[in-house]
Ligand binder design. Structure first.
Ligand code: GLN
Length: 307
């Protein structure tokens, strides 16, 4: 299959949509990103990459980081993790407080904000303190992306800390239900730091390979998760990776995927490749508008959906 040709066609076809979405402006440090950018990368199991557009531009990975923190928490805590976090789609916006109150401080899944904040809490406990947890999360991401230069943007994480009243509220609510072990401030700060990690589509498509290959990185041979755990991460990406638009994403794209409000989306083609697309303009549910369409075009053109 001529992947380069397919990527070129997709870039051409989504061009008219690049300025249709809205850049996330509830995080002030993100609102100045030029919405008219688009990049897409595929990484195959032998490391071959195909790219189009702004694939070298670093962007804020935001909620895509939740795939990596969930991976680490699952590795360390296994099924005990589900005593404190569910694995059902929420059907609610990613930062909703209402459901968390009804469900006694147990977040629906690890990808809505409350669930991801809870996952970060488990990692702080595992690594002993928040400084170590932040370091180890970045280290893990550097490892799976094969890029030691990856780091987080302090301006973005500080901006979120200054305006993150809703995330603070979610963490406080969980703490009130005894479902948060560490200090609210430390947990939320560590959460914002991993959201503020910057990568490009090349690095992120590479970082998805272990999930396309039953938990084992096909290039380095390192087993990051057991086969069964990798299956679980992919399943939760499929059912919960796009919040209240997860059904829509499965319907149109048909791949496990995870979005972030920085405009990135990662997706997994089992046994074949990792994909990342980036375009900062978002749809109403906070997912990249052109990025979602690009992935739909990809699975339509290649027949590579899981269905
Ligand atoms: N850091 C963002 C937040 O907490 C992540 C949200 C997202 O990417 N959907 O609001």
């Amino acid at each position: 299959m001529d992947y380069q040709l397919i990527l070129n066609e997709i870039a051409e076809e989504i061009m008219s949509l690049q300025d249709k979405g809205k850049v996330a402006n509830y995080i002030p440090a993100l609102e100045n990103v030029n919405p008219e950018q688009f990049g897409m990368s595929l990484t195959l199991f032998d490391g071959t990459q195909y790219n189009v557009g702004d694939f070298n531009t670093l962007f804020s990975i935001q909620s895509i980081s939740k795939v990596f923190t969930f991976t680490l928490a699952l590795k360390f805590y296994s099924t005990d993790l589900y005593k404190r976090i569910g694995r059902e789609p929420s059907g609610n916006p990613f930062n909703s407080l209402v459901q968390l109150e009804y469900e006694h401080g147990v977040p629906r899944n690890p990808f809505i904000n409350a669930g991801a904040i809870n996952v970060t809490d488990t990692l702080i406990s595992y690594y002993g303190n928040s400084t170590n947890a932040s370091k180890e999360i970045i280290h893990f991401i550097q490892d799976i992306a094969g890029q030691p230069s990856i780091t987080h943007n302090e301006i973005v994480s500080t901006s979120e800390m200054d305006h993150g009243f809703r995330n603070m509220a979610l963490a406080n609510l969980m703490k009130s239900f005894n479902n948060l072990d560490n200090e609210v401030h430390d947990v939320v700060e560590t959460y914002f730091q991993h959201c503020a990690i910057e990568m490009n589509t090349k690095m992120l498509s590479r970082a998805m390979l272990f999930l396309s290959n039953h938990g084992m990185d096909p290039i380095s041979g390192v087993e990051y998760l057991s086969e069964q755990q990798a299956k679980r991460v992919n399943a939760v990406m499929l059912t919960c990776g796009h919040y209240d638009a997860s059904g829509d994403f499965a319907f149109h794209v048909g791949l496990p995927g995870k979005s972030g409000v920085g405009g990135g989306i990662v997706a997994v083609v089992p046994k074949k490749m990792g994909i990342c697309v980036w375009s900062p303009g978002l749809n109403a549910q906070g997912n990249s508008l052109a990025g979602t369409l690009a992935l739909e075009l990809f699975t339509s053109k290649t027949g590579m959906s899981i269905f």
